[in-house]
Ligand binder design. Structure first.
Ligand SMILES: Cc1ncc(COP(=O)(O)O)c(C=O)c1O
Length: 473
């Protein structure tokens, strides 16, 4: 019999441990920019596909280049996109699901994962102020909210648009989407919302752009004017979608004030908290989400700020009836016409086959506890403010705003224009010690950091600034 340490799985696990440790201690690069042909050749992709034969004795021929050329997210220099550096617990959950493979849109296909999803969703609802009682009590309390985990925030946003449409136009499912309905959203809204609007049959003309300040934060005092203009044009506004926080800058739209406006006009308020809803966990930072409980729905990605590997997102509703009305499907092989929310999530989600998403977040929670995760959010936000102080104090760098979350924009003043900032990023990526992104605010291109990694320190940022100066020179 093969000894466990000689199995393919055991060897791959050992390689992953080395990979993680080398990344964490910065003994390797963050990313190497190679072209697709080179990578396909290094990994011998067509060879393996045609001939097979990869196993415990030769797995390294594939795995070594695969890991070598991946994005090393555990590296402190990974400060790029808003993707969690996965917690070990989430990785373990991925591994377990990869073995037992219990897709769980229906309870009987994944009973344990279904129960975990419900408990995790109840926990998230509780943080929004939409759930009271024991999170694993399962008593049907009609005053509690409801929600479902989705494969990503984009699907969560789509589900929110469909739920709001079902409320505003209950016949839309059968008769199609009325062409006079309109949604107010700021221009800096994540593109998935605009996609959802067209997928749901509204067309882009249904989006009325909300006025913002020069940092792209919504101006609530101007909403009335936007609303009137839509009415004058014969449109019926039924939904407002705002950002907590905005992808490019990490700045929060004022939920409480927008809720006031929505209540006045009986409009559905959706909060896209894909990145920033995790501030709800922290006593110190939850003021950024003030007014959350007054909204109707929220998108919340665990794979951004809750240390969970991609993907694990949630669409949460204040009123459980909102979720029930979203989809109307007959499928005799899977749906049995339940008239109240049960443990089958299939009727409420876009997906049919669904991964055990909740198990990943559960494992992180089970290892860190909710206080541990709150501490992670606080530390990330605190560190980002420290990095801001450091960068803003440099004579040759400018930050356009003080960060509210863990997203920070700045530019190097030693080069001229937008193109030059982009060129700087290209050079930095080529050298491989840092992964950063860029964003445009008000026509100006900034370098952009998402501080997702607990190991990114003041020293890391000092090294980054030195790298930028070097690249510019
Ligand atoms: C505010 C916001 N909404 C939605 C999304 C899309 O989420 P996902 O990438 O999980 O589909 C993002 C992604 O960055 C985001 O920042």
């Amino acid at each position: 019999m093969t000894k466990p340490s000689n199995t393919l799985s055991a060897k791959v696990l050992a390689a992953l441990e080395v990979y993680t440790e080398e990344s964490r201690t910065a003994k390797t690069h963050v990313v190497r920019q190679k072209n697709p042909e080179f990578l396909a050749g290094e990994m011998q992709l067509s060879n393996w596909i045609r001939k097979g034969g990869l196993g415990a004795d030769n797995y390294g021929e594939f795995l070594t280049p695969y890991l070598e050329h991946s994005q090393h997210m555990h590296h402190p220099g990974f400060i790029g996109h808003q993707v969690a550096v996965p917690h070990e617990g989430a990785s373990i959950a991925d591994m377990i699901h990869g073995v037992i493979n219990n897709p769980m849109a229906v309870y009987e296909m994944g009973p344990t994962a279904s129960v975990i999803e419900r408990v995790v969703v109840n926990w998230m609802l509780e943080k929004c102020g939409w759930f009271t009682g024991a999170i694993d009590g399962f008593d049907a309390n009609p005053d509690n909210g409801a929600g479902v985990l989705t494969h990503g925030g984009s699907l969560a946003n789509l589900t929110a648009v469909l739920a709001a449409r079902a409320q505003a136009a209950p016949n839309a499912w059968t008769e199609g989407t009325p062409h006079d309905l309109a949604i107010i959203a700021p221009a800096a809204t994540h593109y998935s919302l605009a996609r959802a609007v067209s997928i749901a049959g509204f067309g882009q003309n249904a989006i009325r752009t909300a006025p913002v300040n020069d940092l792209d934060v919504l101006r609530p005092e101007k909403l009335e004017e936007t609303f009137r203009k839509a009415c004058d044009a014969g449109q019926k506004v039924f939904m407002v979608s705002i950002n907590a926080c905005t992808t490019a800058t990490g700045l929060y739209d004022p939920i409480d004030e927008v809720a006031e406006f929505c209540e006045r006009h009986n409009l559905w308020l959706h909060v896209d908290g894909a990145h920033g809803a995790s501030a709800l966990l922290s006593q110190k930072e939850r003021h950024l989400m003030k007014g959350m409980a007054r909204a109707d729905s929220v998108t919340w990605d665990a794979h951004k700020m809750l240390r969970t590997s991609a993907l694990c997102a949630a669409i949460l509703f204040k009123d459980q009836k909102s979720m029930v009305g979203t989809f109307h499907q007959d499928a005799s092989y899977i749906f049995y016409g339940e008239d109240q929310i049960g443990f089958d999530v299939g009727p409420y989600a876009v997906e049919c086959t669904k991964s055990a998403l909740g198990a990943k977040l559960f494992w992180v929670l089970a290892m860190e506890g909710e206080q541990g995760l709150a501490g992670f959010v606080e530390k990330s936000y605190d560190n980002t403010r420290k990095f801001y102080e450091l960068i803003n104090a440099q004579p040759d760098f400018t930050c356009p705003y003080r960060p509210e979350a863990n997203i920070l924009c700045f530019k190097y003043d030693g080069v001229d224009d937008n193109e030059a900032q982009l060129a700087l990023r290209e050079k930095i990526l080529k050298r491989g010690s840092f992964y950063i992104t860029t964003a445009e605010i008000n026509g100006v291109r900034y370098l952009r950091l998402s501080v997702m990694n607990p190991l990114t320190s003041v020293e890391t940022i000092e090294e980054l600034l030195a790298e930028i100066r070097l690249c510019a020179a």
